[in-house]
Design a protein around this ligand. Structure first.
Ligand SMILES: Cc1ncc(COP(=O)(O)O)c(C=O)c1O
Length: 447
């Protein structure tokens, strides 16, 4: 295939990257992982160039952080302007208007027919942590229920809530107390005897039974759910399941926290993926694509819930930094002007079309699924046994890197390739990236 955008002229790592990689191994612990063995030189839109002059199409977007594209002019000029005026005063010392403006805009966009308040933090895990703090304070209850396969970050609370042991929790206990994990539906791996409807009903029943076997609902402060499980391989729950859990929450005075850290800001074709399910979360944790790469996160919530904490109980030194807020405002501006929600839906259709063709071609693709532009391929040894093909997906990923496509793995069984490309990707770049993916599968299977 002749390529217009991807161009890899060296083995990875190339000579300059190799020097940096050796230095990295010497000084950075191996626990800090990396997806591709090279180092960036520049990035723009959906393209990345490394220090050896190799050019890649980016289907990873810094794990779903770059929905508006790398170094978008609007973001860059907002940041330059901010740096020239001031860098940091601490919102808890001297406040700035960009924090307010971003909070107002986000509150107006978030789902829920009630008055909302918004606070900002630094990272996704910190947003989750604060949503939990707020929920406990408001309900005066301690238990938090997360879901099997859910991922909520790498801090003690994030790890405790996360429903996948390796590599996130293994040998890092003890974990925070009063965390319970309910079962989450995984339609592709449901028992053969059940159709999707029956499976959803069964899973909801399991959540109800959970209140008998694990924790009394009167003690539960909140459920926390990803609208689409990200790290676990883009597992999309049935609408009836999400609504059922939401109803259970209402019935028992439990708050519903949506972890929209990976799904938010256009990824699924909406500002918030929970909009697909027609539920109105009491609290929403956001981060990643809200600020095009600046480290900022937030919690959005019902006014009365958010206002339970007393002055000084929430926040932190760098929370909602001026640079993050300015980038966040720029992102919302770009999303509206460039109609990125609509674009995500179109990208999703194109990807699913191509996935369908790949599925028809390769038996090792057990499932392909997507919501908007949050699409994934699940690899299996064969379609009957559905045995996860972890090594195969590793090889495909490596092959794709060498051919100039950056993409990521995910999955409860580490056998899923997920796509999180910038939504500003052009049709040509998208189709070249998908062709490289297909070519990589073909090359690995042929070898
Ligand atoms: C759904 C979800 N929650 C929480 C987090 C943690 O975010 P951070 O890595 O910024 O702490 C992530 C990160 O991948 C995520 O995808």
């Amino acid at each position: 295939m002749s390529k217009k955008f991807a161009y890899v002229q060296t083995e990875l790592p190339g000579p300059k990257a190799k020097v940096l990689l050796d230095r990295r191994h010497d000084v950075v612990p191996q626990g800090v992982g990396y997806g591709i063995p090279t180092f960036v030189d520049s990035a723009k839109g959906a393209l990345l160039e490394d220090v050896d002059g190799n050019r890649f199409i980016d289907f990873a977007g810094a794990i779903g952080t770059i929905n508006v594209g790398h170094s978008h002019d609007t973001v860059v000029s907002a940041l330059h302007d901010q740096v020239d005026r001031y860098i940091h005063t601490g919102f808890n010392v001297m406040m700035y208007d960009s924090y307010i403006e971003l909070a107002e805009k986000i509150a107006a966009l978030a789902p829920g027919h009630f008055k909302k308040k918004v606070m900002f933090l630094n990272s996704g895990a910190e947003a989750v942590e604060n949503a939990v703090k707020i929920a406990r304070k408001y309900t005066n209850r301690q238990a938090i229920v997360s879901f099997s396969g859910g991922f909520h970050g790498r801090t003690l609370m994030g790890m405790s809530l996360t429903g996948k042991v390796r590599p996130f929790k293994y040998e890092y206990g003890p974990f925070a107390p009063e965390i319970y994990r309910a079962p989450f539906p995984y339609a592709y791996r449901r028992p053969e005897s059940m159709n999707e409807d029956a499976y959803t009903k069964h899973m909801l029943k399991e959540v109800e039974n959970f209140f008998i076997s694990e924790v009394d609902p009167s003690l539960v402060a909140a459920f926390i759910m990803e609208p689409v499980q990200g790290e676990s391989g883009f597992i999309i729950p049935d609408k009836a399941f999400v609504q059922g859990v939401y109803e259970l929450c209402k019935q028992h005075g439990i708050l519903f926290i949506a972890d929209e850290i990976q799904t938010g800001f256009g990824r699924t074709g909406k500002y918030f993926a929970m909009e697909h399910y027609g539920v109105e979360p009491d609290l929403i944790a956001i981060s990643k694509s809200m600020a095009a790469g600046l480290p900022i996160s937030g919690v959005i919530g019902r006014e009365e819930v958010m206002d339970t904490a007393k002055p000084g109980e929430l926040g932190g030194t760098y929370c909602g930094s001026p640079l993050g807020c300015r980038a966040g405002i720029a992102v919302l501006d770009i999303m509206e002007k460039e109609k990125l929600n609509e674009r995500a839906a179109i990208i999703g259709e194109k990807v699913m079309d191509r996935f369908k063709k790949m599925y028809d071609r390769f038996d090792v693709i057990g499932d392909y699924r997507g919501l908007g532009a949050m699409c994934a391929l699940e690899f299996v040894e064969d379609r009957e046994s559905k045995t996860p093909a972890k090594e195969l997906s590793n090889h495909i990923l490596k092959e794709a890197h060498q051919r100039g496509l950056i993409t990521l793995k995910a999955g409860v069984h580490d056998n899923v390739i997920r796509l999180l490309m910038p939504l500003v990707i052009t049709d040509e770049q998208l189709s070249e990236g998908l062709a490289i993916l297909e070519e990589s599968i073909e090359a690995v299977l042929g070898s």
